[in-house]
Structures are given as C-alpha cells and as structure tokens.
Design a binder for this molecule. Structure first.
Ligand code: LLP
Length: 393
C-alpha cells in the first residue's frame, strides 16, 4: 500500500507518527454520503473517533454533522467548519459549563442520558431564556455482540435511560418548560459487524417510537447511533466498509413516519482505515522462548490492542513488501516476534507471535487501520513526546 517513494520519505522522518491517507478518507466519506443520501438519512460524524483538524475538514466538506461528547468537541466542531445546527452533544456526564457553552452555541440537540440531566439542562436553558432541543438516549437492551468493553446498549451499561424509567422521562418532559423534545437516541456499541444486531435495534426503535406517540409526543428524529465495524484483518482489500448494506438494514427495518428524520452517528467506519501508525524498530531481542521486536511506538501512541485486545495488521515496510503473507513468496526468512513498545508495562504489546520477515534495528513497521480511536487516545505516560501526524506531500 505504500510505494517506494513514500517509504523513502518515511525513512527521513522522525518516528513514530500517524500517516493519514486523505484520499482514502475522502473515498470512504463519499461512499457513506452516496449510500446514506439514497434514503435521505442524516449522518453526524462521531468526532471522538478522530478529531484531527484535517480529518474534520474532510468530513464537514461532505456536509455531515458532528456528534460531540464534550464542550471542547463542540468547540472543535464549530472551529473546523461544522454548522452549529448540525452539532449534537452526547455523553453521560455533561458539566454545567459544557451545557452552558452548548446552549450559547445554539447546537442542534442534546442527547440526554438521564432524567436528572433533563432537569439540569432545563434549568440552565431557563436561566438564559432559551429552549434546548433534546433527544432521550434510551438503553434498548440489545446485545451488540462485540467486545464487552465497547458494548453500550445493555442494562448493565451506564449509558442511556432504561425502558422501565421512561414514564419518569415523560413526567419530566411535561414539567420542563424550556426543553423541546425532538427525538429518541440509541447507540448499542462499536465495531459491530453482524447486521442482524442492527435489525434487532430497529425493532426496538419501532416499538419505542410507537410508545412515545401513544404518550402524545411527536418524535421528529430517530437517532440510531453509530457502531458499524471495519475489517481490521484485510486493510488492503476491504478498506471501505459496506455502507450500502448497512443503511439498507435501517431502510428495510425502521418504520419511518412522514416528516421523521433518521440520524446516524458513525465514527470508526469513516476514519479507521485512513491512518497507519508508522514506527521504527529500536531493538531486536532474541530470547530462548520469544523474539521481541521493540518499537519506538507503544501503548501511549495506540492503546487499542492493550485495552480491548484489538487486532491491527502489522507489516515491516522496510522490506519493500508490506503484506505479511506475500513476503513468503519472495524467499525472505520469516520469524515470529512479539511486537512490543517501549513503555514500562508488560501489557505494552501490540501483538504476540507476529510472523514477519527477519527484522533489524531501524526497520519501519506499519500498524494498520489506526485512524479510529488511535491518535485521539494518546497519552504522555512515561512523559512521552506527542506523536506526530504526517500527510501525503
Ligand atoms: N455514538 C455514541 C453515543 C458513541 O458512544 C459512539 C462511540 C459512537 C456514536 C461512535 O461509534 P462508532 O461508529 O465509532 O462505533 N475506543 C473504542 C471505541 C469506543 C466507542 C465509544 N463510543 C475502540 O477503540 O474500539
């Protein structure tokens, strides 16, 4: 995937860095735009996946809205060109300061996660003489069948209001004079690859929409969240998710009434493939039981493998061959390595037993599909330097 000119350029640069393929990003955004427009679906980009300004610039250029989860994300959305009336603000723990900022910014909607939060937003809006648009995040108790650390729609999760509490929501909404109740919101988890899960979600949404109608509410927005997964195993052949199939599930299974809008909050599916973490081999440590490839990137630059046992393809690109298996055809000697970082933690391991061509100090290693929840989750633990971002010339 990298040509020899690009690899030569990388060799001149200080590592580690995230390399952004802006072209692939735009192709992915276009595929999502085309597939969603077919049904008139609205997409808000979940900026938590990656708020790199170049990424935000590309996303907003397609007319998508922004799904933000902090006051600073709301601010970054506005500063990077998203229209204020296309910004939603979600999250279980919005502070008064953040709510006030979002009210001043006149965002499209707050996705509210509890009855108490409804009353607080109402009070703060009243103090400003404003009306806040709100959607209620409901916990639909749908199993996302993904890693349990990134499941959010089960009753044991902290997110949203459980369905048994909805009568209290109705009571609060009727009492809150400075709220405009516009929608119901769901997000059941991330990296979901089984479309049946989204079908199950649609069934719950239909039932709950009907329930609210029976309580006398007119729901304008059905927000079904994000969660579409990507193929971490085949980054070259399958780099753009099947947005057609994804949106079709909702088009086929959601009951959408006249005047209702369907909103999505996709993060990972839009940006995962567009970035690669490029790192250098610092040391090769051969042991009796294990060989270690010690990189200059670690859990401080990409924490997903350590936090969620997430798989990322790893290639030694200095060999001029960046596809693991194909190197066998070129007669290179293959070795098994535990690919680890420099951080003083045993969990600082990208993957164990990775088969790579024999590798040496100074070789460049690419850790693929790192565009979502990669650069945004960096830390300076061990007082590390901030990882750099690099773009095509
Ligand atoms: N909407 C809400 C309310 C969310 O909580 C999330 C993600 C999204 C939308 C976007 O979901 P996506 O389309 O990206 O799946 N750091 C983890 C993933 C955490 C997801 C958090 N919420 C990882 O690296 O796998």
């Amino acid at each position: 995937m990298f040509n020899s000119d690009t690899i030569s350029r990388f060799q001149q640069l200080e590592t580690p860095f995230y390399y952004y393929d802006i072209n692939l990003l735009k192709q992915t955004l276009k595929a999502c735009y085309d597939a969603s427009s077919k049904y008139n679906f609205h997409v808000h980009y979940a900026m938590k996946a990656n708020f790199n300004p170049k990424v935000l610039e590309a996303v907003q250029s397609f007319g998508f809205g922004a799904d933000s989860v902090s006051g600073n994300e709301v601010k970054a959305a506005i500063e990077n060109g998203f229209a204020h009336d296309k910004v939603v603000f979600a999250g279980v723990g919005k502070s008064d300061k953040e709510i006030n900022y979002a009210l001043d910014t006149e965002i499209f909607c707050f996705n509210v996660e509890s009855v108490q939060e409804l009353t607080i937003i109402n009070e703060l809006a009243k103090a400003k003489g404003k009306t806040a648009r709100v959607a209620i995040r409901i916990n639909p108790n749908v199993d996302a069948k993904t890693h349990h650390f990134i499941t959010t729609g089960l009753e044991e999760n902290k997110f949203g209001v459980d369905t048994w509490q909805l009568p209290n929501v109705v009571e609060a909404l009727n009492a809150c004079t400075n709220l405009e109740f516009i929608g119901i919101h769901f997000h059941i988890g991330s990296q979901i690859t089984d479309m049946e899960v989204f079908k199950n979600l649609c069934e719950k949404v239909n039932v709950l929409d009907k329930w609210f109608e029976e309580q006398g509410f007119d729901i304008k927005v059905l927000n079904v969240g994000g969660g579409l997964g990507v193929d971490y195993y085949n980054p070259d052949t399958n780099s753009i998710p099947d947005f057609e199939a994804y949106f079709k599930v909702f088009a086929d299974n959601l009951t959408v009434k006249a005047g209702q809008e369907v909103h999505f909050e996709l993060g990972r599916a839009l940006v995962a493939q567009c970035a690669t973490l490029i790192s250098r081999v610092l040391y090769v440590k051969n042991g009796l039981k294990k060989n270690f490839l010690i990189l200059d990137a670690g859990m401080t630059e990409l924490i997903r493998p350590m936090l969620y046992q997430a798989y990322h393809q790893i290639d030694n690109i200095s060999k001029g061959l960046d596809h693991g298996p194909s190197t066998m055809d070129h007669g290179l000697e293959m070795t098994k390595y535990d690919v680890v970082g420099p951080i003083c933690e045993s969990t600082d391991c990208f993957r164990k037993d990775v088969v790579l061509p024999e590798s040496f100090r100074g070789d460049l290693v690419a850790i693929r599909t790192a565009g979502a929840y990669g650069e945004v989750m960096v830390s300076n633990y061990n007082l590390r330097d901030r990882v750099q971002s690099v773009y095509p010339e």
